[in-house]
Write a protein that binds this ligand. Structure first.
Ligand code: PGA
Length: 253
C-alpha cells in the first residue's frame, strides 16, 4: 500500500516556544499511526532539531525542512544545503512550494537540482506542483502540471523517482479557504499519476504518494483523503491549530 501522509507546513509562522507548544499539544493526543501512515512536520530551519527531538521515537512521526539550496556548499550566505539537513538526520524536505516559485523565482530547472542534491543525501523530496487561477480558468491545468513534473523530475531514474513524494497544490486554493472539490482533486491526481506511469510505468507510478494541498482542514480532510489517488495532504493554515491538525492526521486512511 502507498504511504498516506499528513504533512504540516508551518511556513514562516510560530516562535520557537509557540512551535514547541503546538507540537506538544498534537503529540499529547497520542494518535497511533500504522505502517503506511505518516505525520510530517515541515518546520522552520531553527526548529528542526527541537521538532525532531520531540517526535523522536514515535512511530510514523517525522520532520521536514521547508527548503534547501540548489548548490552543494560554498559561499551562499544565508542558505541551507541538503548535506546540512542530512547531517542532522532530517528525512524530508519540501521542494518548489508555490510561494518559493513566486517570491524567490524558483524555476523547474532549479528545483530539479535541489531534488538531485536531496536524493544524493538520502532525503525524500516532497515536490510541490500546481497551477495558478488563470490556468485553471483556461482549463489548461493538466498540461501545466505535466510540464512541472517533466522539467523537475523526468531526468530521474525509475529507482530515484520511486523515492519521492508529490504534493499537488492548486495556487488558487492555498490560504484562500477555497478548497478543490474531492472530484477535482481526484481528477488531477489521477492525471498526474498517469503522467508518471507514461514515463516510468504503472508499477512505479502506483508507489508514489501524491498529497493534496490547498485549504485542507479538519472538516474536509476525510473526504479528500478518501479519493483513491489522494494520499494525504500538505496543510498550511490548519496545521497551526493542534486540534485541526490532529483531526487531519486521524483522517488518514
Ligand atoms: P493552506 O496552505 O493549507 O493554508 O492552504 C497549504 C500550503 O501552502 O502548503
Amino acid at each position: 500500500m502507498r504511504k498516506k501522509i499528513a504533512a504540516a507546513n508551518w511556513k514562516m509562522n510560530c516562535t520557537y516556544q509557540q512551535g514547541e507548544q503546538l507540537l506538544t499539544e498534537i503529540l499529547s493526543s497520542n494518535i497511533a499511526l500504522n505502517d503506511h501512515q505518516e505525520a510530517v512536520f515541515a518546520v522552520p530551519f531553527p526548529y528542526l532539531t527541537m521538532a525532531a527531538e520531540k517526535t523522536g521515537g514515535r512511530k510514523g512521526y517525522a520532520i521536514a525542512a521547508q527548503n534547501c539550496y540548489n548548490k552543494k556548499s560554498g559561499a551562499y550566505t544565508g542558505e541551507v544545503s541538503a548535506e546540512m539537513l542530512k547531517s542532522i538526520n532530517i528525512p524530508y524536505c519540501l521542494v518548489g512550494h508555490s510561494e518559493r516559485r513566486e517570491y524567490f523565482q524558483e524555476s523547474n530547472q532549479m528545483l530539479a537540482e535541489k531534488i538531485d542534491l536531496l536524493l544524493a543525501n538520502g532525503i525524500i523530496p516532497i515536490f510541490c506542483c500546481g497551477e495558478p487561477l488563470e490556468i485553471r480558468e483556461a482549463g489548461t491545468q493538466n498540461s501545466f502540471v505535466a510540464k512541472q513534473l517533466e522539467e523537475s523530475l523526468f531526468h530521474l531514474s525509475p529507482e530515484a523517482v520511486a523515492g519521492i513524494v508529490i504534493a499537488y497544490e492548486p495556487i488558487w486554493a492555498i490560504g484562500t479557504g477555497k478548497t478543490a472539490s474531492a472530484a477535482q482533486a481526484q481528477e488531477i491526481h489521477a492525471y498526474l499519476r498517469s503522467v508518471l506511469a507514461g514515463k516510468y510505468g504503472q508499477a512505479i507510478a502506483d508507489t508514489i504518494p501524491v498529497l493534496y494541498g490547498g485549504s485542507v482542514k479538519g472538516s474536509n480532510a476525510q473526504e479528500l483523503f478518501s479519493c483513491p489517488d489522494v494520499d494525504g495532504g500538505l496543510v498550511g493554515g490548519a496545521s497551526l491549530n493542534a486540534e485541526e491538525f490532529s483531526t487531519i492526521i486521524k483522517s488518514l486512511p
